[in-house]
Design a protein around this ligand. Structure first.
Ligand code: PHE
Length: 345
């Protein structure tokens, strides 16, 4: 074997030794090592180029030496790369077997809790859920619901009108959804509409300009006031565990006759005295038989069908159930307040 070739093989063996002993935990050093041997202008390519000039009878020995070097380098680069990566992971995340930190999953808002409870009760007796827009037109919020033009509820004091188009306003009650529902569906109808409503009222511990309502509507042949009373009685039993209600005559433009519903809360504790003002009775909603004018306005034959409607404020019920004394608490998103409802999730 010519002298230069012998020297070359020795050199390759030296490189193999170098590769086997190479060690680092530094990415840059590893990269330099890789470039030195494996890059385009690296040692291995040079050796392969030289290989072409080697006489045929010595190609085997020379070729084997280069291949051994090549796989020694490749294995080395791969192993060190893996070592460095696993160290990085440890550095970033620490001990991967350590138990995780507990994450707080939050809780449902009391308004949602109460709304869901109400919705569940009515769902269980066949009421569907319907929704409508919060920015409503005069027709669905007032006119269709038999509000005479001069009715004080249309007064600027009560409603937020859209400045550029006073025919539109933020709905003042979810009865607007019922007007829409009657227009779009054929009786028999059984639906409840939960939602946010807006009234231009001073904000205090008892009232707010934004609050929530759930309204119910039932239209069919021969629906009577007795059906209304039984439905509400069922609801109050399920919701409050109270089985005594009374209906006091009242007025709403869209129902005739109309009534306020009181439940008998009792007078067992001092709190009972306070919240019922010493009477034991508590007003929880408005209701009545849907006025035939409303049915006609919404394309339902008032001679064939009758029905009842009711509506209640969710905040009022939540304040009652959770003994919350200031309505503003619902909208301030103070975590200390909200966290108290965790167990009800
Ligand atoms: N819409 C009435 C309100 O906002 C409540 C109500 C609904 C009364 C349905 C009777 C029937 O106060």
């Amino acid at each position: 074997m010519p002298f230069t070739l012998l020297k070359m093989i020795d050199k390759i063996k030296e490189y193999i030794g170098e590769a086997e002993h190479f060690q680092t935990d530094n990415k840059e050093q590893l990269e330099a090592f890789r470039i030195k041997f494996l890059s385009k202008k690296g040692i291995l390519n040079e050796l392969f180029a030289y290989f072409k000039t080697v006489p045929n009878d010595q190609k085997k020995e020379f070729g084997q030496a280069i291949n051994t070097l090549k796989s020694a380098i490749e294995t080395k680069v791969k192993t060190i790369q893996e070592e460095i990566e696993s160290k990085n992971v440890q550095g970033l995340y620490g001990d991967l077997t350590r138990p995780g930190y507990p994450t707080s999953i939050g809780s449902r808002h009391p308004i949602s809790l109460v709304k869901n409870q109400i919705v569940d009760i009515f769902n269980s007796i066949g009421f569907t859920i319907s929704e409508g827009p919060e920015i409503e037109d005069d027709w669905h919020n007032f006119s269709a619901l038999n509000f005479p033009d001069y009715h004080p509820a249309r007064d600027m004091q009560d409603s937020f009108f859209v400045q550029s188009n006073p025919q539109h306003l933020l709905r003042t009650h979810t009865s607007s959804v019922q007007a829409r529902y009657m227009e779009d569906h054929k009786p028999p109808l059984r639906t409840i509409s939960p939602g946010r409503v807006f009234r231009n009222e001073d904000i205090s511990s008892r009232s707010h300009c934004i609050f929530h309502q759930v309204e119910g509507l039932y239209i069919d042949k021969d629906v009577s006031f007795a059906d209304l009373k039984q439905t509400l009685l069922y609801f109050t039993k399920e919701m409050f565990g109270k089985s005594k209600i009374r209906l006091r005559p009242s007025y709403f433009p869209f129902t005739e006759p109309s009534a306020e519903v009181d439940i008998y809360w009792g007078l067992k504790t001092e709190v009972d005295y306070r919240i019922t003002k010493g009477t034991g009775w508590l007003e929880i909603m408005g209701c009545g038989m849907v006025d035939p004018n409303v049915l006609t306005n919404c394309n339902i034959d008032a001679n064939e069908y009758s029905g009842f409607a009711f509506g209640m404020g969710i905040e009022r019920i939540a304040m009652l159930l959770y003994q919350i004394s200031d309505i503003r608490m619902f909208y301030e998103n103070d975590v200390r307040f909200l966290e108290q409802f965790k167990s009800n999730f």
